[in-house]
Design a protein around this ligand. Structure first.
Ligand SMILES: C[S@@+](CC[C@H](N)C(=O)[O-])C[C@H]1O[C@@H](n2cnc3c(N)ncnc32)[C@H](O)[C@@H]1O
Length: 302
């Protein structure tokens, strides 16, 4: 069954290119040391993505261009193509139609160990990784949600393994929409969503400051109960990084997506859970290099 999965924009290309580079470098470096390397795609999609390029009218100088619809590889297929190959690939996906497409991908690769789990990644991730003996096994886990689906408890489960590196497309636009400028605009639903995503309710005191008292017509100070968010978009991103650093021994500076256009919508984070000096040095070298250099086809963002 083919499930047409159309999502993202230019930032999707960049995100997938960065993750693919890391997967290749990581698998090559770890292959001689471990005989069990896993890839876990927790928001796996279908294995493919549909890219639509709009039609353009012609003019005196250029011929008209018809609409173009192409199918490109999604993260699951990219991971399957990595050489040296992963020993096991676990694809988690909530949507049944997407799982059916993943089953077709699995059927096309009968020689590979592929597990497809249908359900909520926040339930499936801890249930899967908590049971694994990680002593002689390493994994990369990709969190690629549409929005604010990843719960903090899920990140804690990943960090607990001390064996999994994670790439996390963090929904910065979700954060700045929920954390409204004035605290009075942050209703109970938004508060809950922020606390679930950030793993603490301290965001309220860390991100918001009291509004200075106003001077009334007679020159007297009028105190205000209102509090305003003191962090701009860059400050919010830094706050997320500091939160991740409370549970992961290494968190790289994130890659902003889209890289050059405002507003920034996502931050692509890399975090490593293995605290050993050797593992940190390796992860820092690979992720740091990939995130700093950006990618060939796109100018470095900062
Ligand atoms: C941005 S797409 C992932 C794209 C994929 N990484 C790729 O490159 O092809 C997000 C996917 O997550 C799935 N999804 C949404 N919420 C989920 C959840 N709570 N648990 C697991 N999958 C979820 C959606 O059905 C969708 O297929």
């Amino acid at each position: 069954m083919i499930d047409n999965h159309e999502f993202g924009g230019q930032h999707t290309e960049i995100k997938l290119e960065l993750v693919e580079k890391y997967l290749k470098a990581w698998a090559t470096a770890l292959r001689p040391k471990f005989n069990s390397l896993w890839y876990i795609d927790a928001f796996a999609g279908t294995g493919a993505r549909t890219v639509r390029t709009e039609a353009r009218d012609g003019d005196l100088f250029e011929a008209p261009v018809p609409e173009r619809v192409e199918s490109r590889r999604g993260s699951a297929k990219i991971a399957l193509d990595i050489v040296p190959p992963f020993d096991r690939l676990i694809f988690m996906e909530q949507k049944a139609a997407h799982c059916a497409a993943l089953e077709a991908l699995k059927a096309a690769h009968p020689d590979r160990d592929i597990r497809i789990l249908n359900g909520d990644a926040n339930v499936l991730i801890p249930a899967t990784i908590d049971r694994v003996n990680w002593t002689s096994r390493r994994a990369i886990l990709f969190l690629d949600p549409y929005g604010m689906e990843v719960a903090w408890a899920t990140l804690e489960a990943i960090a607990r393994t001390r064996a999994i590196d994670v790439w996390f497309l963090f929904p910065l636009s979700g954060l700045y929409r929920q954390a409204a400028r004035s605290i009075s605009d942050v209703d109970a639903t938004k508060r809950r969503a922020l606390t679930t995503m950030l793993g603490t309710n301290e965001w309220e005191t860390e991100l918001y400051s009291p509004v200075p008292p106003a001077v009334d017509l007679l020159g007297a100070l009028e105190p205000s109960a209102e509090r305003q968010r003191n962090a701009d978009v860059a400050g919010l991103e830094q706050y997320v990084k500091r939160r991740l650093e409370t549970i992961f021994p290494l968190v790289a500076d994130p890659f902003p997506l889209p890289p050059q256009r405002k507003p920034q919508r996502f931050s692509l984070f890399f975090a490593a859970s293995n605290p050993s000096e050797k593992a940190i040095a390796l992860a820092r070298r690979f992720a740091g290099h990939i995130l700093k250099a950006g990618i060939s086809s796109h100018v470095r963002p900062r």
